[in-house]
Design a protein around this ligand. Sequence first.
Ligand code: NAD
Length: 483
Amino acid sequence: MKNIPVVMVIFGGSGDLAHRKLYPALYNLYEQGLIHDNFAVIGTARRPWSHEYLRSQVSDAIHETHDKVDENEVKNFTSHFYYQSHDVTNVEHYETLKKLAQDLDEHYNAQGNRLFYMAMAPRFFGTIATHINDQHLTGNGFNRIVVEKPFGRDLASAEELNKQITASFKEDDIFRIDHYLGKEMIQNIIPLRFSNWIFKNSWNKENIKNIQVTLAERLGVEARGGYYETSGALRDMVQNHIFQVITLLAMPEPESLKDNDIHKAKQELLDSLIIPNEEEIKKHFVRGQYAGSDTTFAYKKEPNVDENSTTETFAAGLVKFKKGPVADVPIYFRTGKEFKEKKNRIDIVFKNCHSLYGQVKHDVLTIEFDPTSSITLTINGKKITGEGLRQENLTYAFSKEEMAQVPDGYERLLHDVFVNDSTNFTHWGELKRYWQFIDAIEDAWQKENEKGQANIAQYPPYRMGPKEANNIFESPTEHWIYE
Ligand code: NAD
């Protein structure tokens, strides 16, 4: 593998994401030789850490995520790390940061290449981007930036942030990261759809009745009530993860597997995304909050949550496209906290077959992508004894050994940033469409709130969310497959 020369600056170097995900991922890429002799990482945050202290933190992060490590390798790796105490709102600190980056570039022969990673609270993204620009932090090699989610909180703020970032970076150098696109089974959607005759030819409105995407979480908001109040399920899960998954499921076949062709296919699809009107939103969308029980808090009673909060911890709805192989096919989604279990899955429901056996059960293709990974096709066959049919599963699954080889999503995605492959990142044109859709729902819900007509279903914890979500279907013959 190539040894890519680069000085990487991580804003938020003392944070949770850097510790749990970025440092272990960088170590694995170092072990593979992708970054090796010619790289340096500058961790920045407000705390007054030393280089040595950051190195010990990075070493801890590696030991916490790896069973066995070569201590010499860890030492060599962490010697490339430097700490810069930095308040992102203080312009002078960017001067010091720039100087350090230049010195390290010279020391490691990083050829003027810079990679900036925004691993901080999103409210700082705009400030950082502005100062990277006005303090000229970019180098004279490649300049790339990775932006964590959420990218804005509506279309207007996303546009503003995009303007701030594009002042220094070209669209092709902006990597808007969504770690769902680094998951094994999500990366398996394109091969599944386009390398199997059976699916390639049946993936259309003639054969598919509906598509269902469920991202169920077992946990409540825990200590993050304050943050969650500014977001809600729609912004936190639907605007990014659910839409990314839906786009992969509904896009036309790209001309090639090159990143630009994949983005072209996605954009073609998203240009035909139907933005629902208020009446459709009333009919096909549900918001809810977990209601608490004898032993658990209701959402409204969680710490730092307004007791009259209208923030949804559950959202379900309907997405449709005018173009693409599944044009007009209803795509239902739901996501929520305090479900009976953590379960991320996709169900492709094929049409009913009018057979010699009369009405038979739908074939369903299910892709589970968290916490387990599998693809299952349910098919009908004869009962061994007696008359009629039974349904059985054909399953594509991984062995334990194979699962152990699956790299973490962040490792995959960081690798892609280093090699400049934007396949699994969100382009601005795609993001814009996601926000247009979300804004329409948020505006309709906001209007209801203002009229005192907020219809927020209170649902019992650790089951399947509000029963109202069973009524969003277009036809009475449809229902949730995962129950
Ligand atoms: P965190 O609160 O743990 O870390 C934030 C970092 O920012 C810390 O290093 C802190 O010192 C620094 N910071 C805060 N104010 C600062 C200032 N004024 N100047 C300089 N530094 C300052 O947050 P996190 O969980 O690491 O999340 C970071 C980003 O990653 C967020 O956008 C989040 O949505 C995203 N993300 C996190 C995870 C995760 O597992 N933690 C997963 C997916 C996405």
